[in-house]
Design a protein around this ligand. Sequence first.
Ligand SMILES: *Cc1c(COP(=O)(O)O)cnc(C)c1O
Length: 398
Amino acid sequence: MKSNQRYFSMKKFETNAIRIQSEQSVNREHSVPVYLTSSFTFEDAEQMRAMFADELDGNIYSRFVNPNSSEFIEKMCQLEGAEAGYATASGMAAIFASFMGLLKSGDHILSSSSIFGSTHTVLTKFLPKWGITCTYADVNKPEQWEGLIKENTRMIFVETPSNPGLDIIDLAWLGELAAKHNLILNVDNCFATPFIQRPIEFGAHLVTHSGTKYLDGQGRVLGGIVLGKKELIKEIHMFCRSTGPSLSPFNAWILSKSLETLAVRMERHSDNAHKLAALLEKHSEVLQVRYPFLISHPQFDIARKQMSLGGGIVSLELKGGIERGRKFLDALKMCSLTANLGDTRTIVTHPASTTHAKLSEEERLSVGITPGMVRISVGLENIIDIIADIEQALERSK
Ligand SMILES: *Cc1c(COP(=O)(O)O)cnc(C)c1O
């Protein structure tokens, strides 16, 4: 949980992502090893006392932190411009901890309506059991948001771009709204990653990530992280340290290594996705394409203001509704049908018949999921092969 404001704070994004490393061991290794140890020893009783009393920084027990998770946290703090962070076993653990560590019974959250399915479940099914309530605000009606803030509102939670609808929320506007009402602004930055968007620069107090997606980027491990103001992270850290959703050393090692290539991966993901989106926009079997950096995106201007690239996700509305969506998936020859995203491999999903099948059609429409919507997580294969597979599947699913 160190905040790394030393030497590396002067360096550029890629350099920090590559060069921030745990201290070398006596073996003088170049690549940091995995620290598979559940606990750490102390020089004497006094050092042990001081570390437990938080008077001394250091490793105690891997449920708290471990050299591998510390390295991942230090890098992410630098990349997001955060003071502190805590790494968790999954993105949902990070999001849940950001609520449980800071809120109490009687508190209220204002959340954007288009958010990840499991976050929706936490906000509507579980938090009310502990007396924490939530109101959903429509992303397309920002003028309504201020009126939805109540006396007991403590936090604003948003996802931008959102999964799967790719809605964009104006972070500078939201940062001002949160400051005016003294609320914690908590942003799920999973789709953009800090290479493309840094919410803290716009006034966010907390940033959460599913490390499972672009931070790993190769579909190998689950992980998550929450970053932000020191005093907020302190509470979240205490919640996690006491309840145990900690990131494993091995997964932390994978995630920290993966950050070394985040910049080049995000550039290529965005380049491939932008090319695919522009091409599909002209396709006769496609009713609509959503991509943050297409001029046709309803929040294009906001996206250009707060994101440096469009990211790797494209969503399409196919002609022919639910049946067409399913037929299109079956016609794909290369792209994977799997629930993940942010992988080197291109992944195609059909939210209406899978992740959001439990919602009524009306509920789905209210969060922007139409029957023929297909979400493409554009991978790092050669764009010519990605386009060829999508085009042949559009043709064969007519
Ligand atoms: C996947 C995802 C999560 C949850 O992350 P896990 O690592 O699967 O727990 C949260 N938010 C968004 C936007 C996601 O895409």
